[in-house]
Design a protein around this ligand. Structure first.
Ligand SMILES: O=C(O)c1ccccc1N[C@@H]1O[C@H](COP(=O)(O)O)[C@@H](O)[C@H]1O
Length: 269
């Protein structure tokens, strides 16, 4: 989904290579410092959580001033958990999102209804702990614009995401979802390159891994994370052309939609 989220964005780091761009989403931003760090580092998507149980919760009151700083430099994502239409309407007004991230138990029917009602592209999070958790993927891929894989939380966990917990990336290797795919769950500057080498995605999403404490973003970690992804994507073309058959290409998630397709979807709003 290259360039989907930021084609018109100024102040963006130059692309390191042609056609291998990975979208980076920095999620759970609450402060101008963190937002500026993400934008200056070249994040493609910046995520704002509206979920009171989260240490990253951004209120309807505080959202407008913060999101105004984005000024088209990245795509704004509003993250919600099982929202009703009244809350969605408030969030859409306050956050002016380009994309809605649904991170709860929303059904495929609910995803489709939200997308139709609010006229915004939707990224649906799918919790993954074992292979069976991927059974709903086709139904969600039929209605969502993007799919986000995240680690399945423990039963009774306070948060359905943002727990800084990785999962077995091989579970999502080689999927044919006909939608752009994003990887999340416990990603950090130390493991994101390995993750993208094992299973190529269209982008990555991070929250805890760029924090000093829950809800406290680190500008340094944000910069380091984005830089690590850019270094990794620069190496991907070589990985696609192994010198020896034994050097197999990392399993890429098969998506029927290319970058331009996602671009039109993300920018459909
Ligand atoms: O970040 C949160 O507080 C959050 C709350 C509720 C649902 C999802 C949340 N975050 C998302 O979870 C994944 C993984 O985050 P992490 O990097 O493992 O901390 C990511 O997509 C966040 O957007």
């Amino acid at each position: 989904m290259s360039d989907a989220a930021n084609r018109d964005a100024p102040n963006r780091a130059p692309r390191s290579h042609d056609g291998r761009h990975l979208d980076v989403k920095i999620c759970g931003i609450k402060t101008a410092d963190a937002l500026d760090a993400a934008l200056d580092a070249g994040a493609d998507l910046v995520g704002f959580v509206h979920f009171p149980k989260s240490p990253r919760h951004l209120s309807l009151t505080d959202a407008p001033r913060l999101v105004a700083r984005v000024e088209g430099r990245a795509r704004k994502v509003a993250l919600l958990v099982d929202p009703d239409d009244a809350l969605l309407a408030q969030v859409v007004t306050a956050f002016s999102p380009d994309l809605l991230q649904l991170h709860g138990h929303e059904s495929p029917e609910r995803v489709a209804a939200i997308r139709a009602t609010f006229g915004l592209p939707v990224m649906k999070a799918l919790p993954v702990g074992r292979r069976e958790d991927l059974a709903p993927l086709p139904d969600f891929a039929a209605v969502a614009d993007l799919i986000l894989f995240d680690a399945k939380p423990d039963p009774g966990a306070l948060l359905p995401g943002g727990n800084g917990r990785p999962f077995d990336w091989q579970l999502v290797a080689g999927l044919d979802a006909a939608r752009p795919l994003m990887l999340s769950g416990g990603l950090t500057v130390d493991n994101v390159s390995q993750a993208l080498s094992e299973v190529r995605m269209d982008g990555v999403d991070v929250s805890s891994g760029v924090e000093d404490a829950p809800g406290v973003k680190s500008p340094d970690k944000i910069r380091a994370f984005v830089a690590a992804v850019r270094r990794t994507e620069a190496r991907l073309p070589e990985a696609r052309l192994p010198d020896h058959p034994a050097e197999a290409e990392p399993t890429r998630a098969k998506t029927a939609l290319g970058p331009e397709d996602l671009s039109s979807k993300v920018r459909a709003s």
